[in-house]
Design a protein around this ligand. Structure first.
Ligand SMILES: [Zn+2]
Length: 315
């Protein structure tokens, strides 16, 4: 028995796990647990992987693989590496691209590909360097403008920072030859994601619509499944309608701090128009509370109130 496998047996987790920003002593069983990853081709050399909730992409180059994000835990990162290697057993992950700085998408490069080059937007990397989370490696290359072309190992793509959407430095990856757009924690199938954690609601929709200027017809989100261009448009329209619904709810006297009252209001007033949407029952009331808080508090921080540019990208 090797030294490393003894460590697995005794501690119940692999010895190389990283702790994120947890401060209690390990082992952190849930963080370390293996995640079952499914994967499938998207178009051309682009593949997508998911563990059911989270989704990302990886791209086959001539000699290696460009992987986007790391999944949400050390165990997820190792399983993601395993999925990639089942596809391309002779091609190492030589490049990582961070979508944004949240640990649940980019927290565990140390467990996925510790020696890879890492691309991130400067705004994203500033948070990562300040956070110093165990396992989240800083970028080896940052970019600062809102659009840059990359050609790495025969893979051509663009990274775009359209403005504040969610988290910091959240980018879109555009593959013009495949007409594929990838972006995390923004547009997803169905209603909005939970309580819109770290969404910058004032600029969000206008900034996201900039991406409709690009020539793509398949969108890969960071959660759930792929959607088409109309699904992307419908999702952004949902946010506009949610903004109106939240203002009306306040006018109607709904208390955003009373979850039972909010769920009753949703069932009575809003279910007829929205209950057909994916995850309506789980997320819609949370969506409404978050939007109500936006109007009651004025939004949060600089990014939540920024008057960002809305000029569509071209090309
Ligand atoms: Zn996020």
């Amino acid at each position: 028995m090797s030294e490393s496998s003894e460590a697995v047996d005794q501690a119940g987790q692999a010895p190389c796990d990283h702790c994120g920003i947890f401060t209690i002593p390990g082992p952190l069983g849930v963080q370390s647990a293996w995640r079952d990853i499914t994967y499938q081709p998207v178009r051309n050399n682009i593949w997508t992987a998911s563990e059911g909730i989270y989704r990302t992409i990886y791209v086959e180059g001539r000699s290696g693989v460009i992987a986007f994000d790391t999944f949400s835990t050390p165990g997820g990162a190792r399983a993601y590496q395993g999925a990639i290697q089942r596809c391309f057993p002779r091609k190492p992950v030589h490049t990582l691209v961070y979508s944004h700085e949240h640990l649940d998408h980019t927290g565990y490069a140390s467990d996925l590909a510790p020696d890879a080059d890492i691309l991130a937007h400067d705004l994203c990397n500033r948070v990562i360097e300040a956070r110093q989370s165990d396992g989240q490696l800083p970028a080896t290359e940052v970019w600062t403008d809102e659009r840059r072309e990359f050609s790495i190992d025969g893979v051509n793509f663009e990274l775009l920072y359209p403005g504040p959407t969610h988290g910091d430095g959240n980018l879109a990856a555009y593959f013009p030859a495949s007409k594929v757009l990838f972006m995390v924690d923004t547009v997803i199938p169905g209603v909005g994601y939970t309580f819109f954690p770290d969404w910058h609601l004032a600029p969000y929709v206008g900034v996201m619509r900039r991406l409709l200027g690009l020539d793509w017809d398949l969108f890969v989100p960071g959660h759930f499944w792929m959607i088409d261009r109309q699904g992307f448009i419908d999702s952004l329209d949902f946010y506009d309608r949610m903004a109106d619904a939240a203002q009306q709810a306040i006018i109607d006297g709904l208390d955003s701090d009373d979850y039972d009252a909010v769920t009753r209001y949703v069932a009575e007033k809003l279910a007829p128009a929205y209950q057909h949407l994916f995850r309506f029952d789980e997320y819609f009331a949370m969506n409404l509370i978050r939007y109500m808080q936006h109007y009651l508090t004025g939004g949060w921080g600089f990014e939540g109130n920024l008057a960002a540019g809305t000029t569509p990208f071209s090309g």
